[in-house]
Write a new protein. Structure first.
Length: 65
């Protein structure tokens, strides 16, 4: 199978997109990202692991009261 190679500029572009969409959440260290229209994923990064804590539809209030 062939390989995928990224130019430096493409990697920089991707990094800027990730920085933009992976906003800090209301709680320090927690991030959110819209993964599909109307679906939000809540996660945190610890060392080399991404921990997914919640996935919810944007019509729901999060965190719940």
């Amino acid at each position: 199978m062939g390989s995928v190679r990224w130019r430096d500029e493409a990697e920089r572009d991707l990094g800027q997109i990730v920085d933009f969409v992976a906003r800090e959440y209301r709680i320090a260290g927690i991030r959110e990202i819209v993964v599909r229209p109307n679906y939000v994923l809540i996660y945190r990064i610890a060392l080399d692991t991404v921990w997914i804590s919640n996935v919810f539809h944007s019509s729901r209030q999060y965190p719940p009261e």
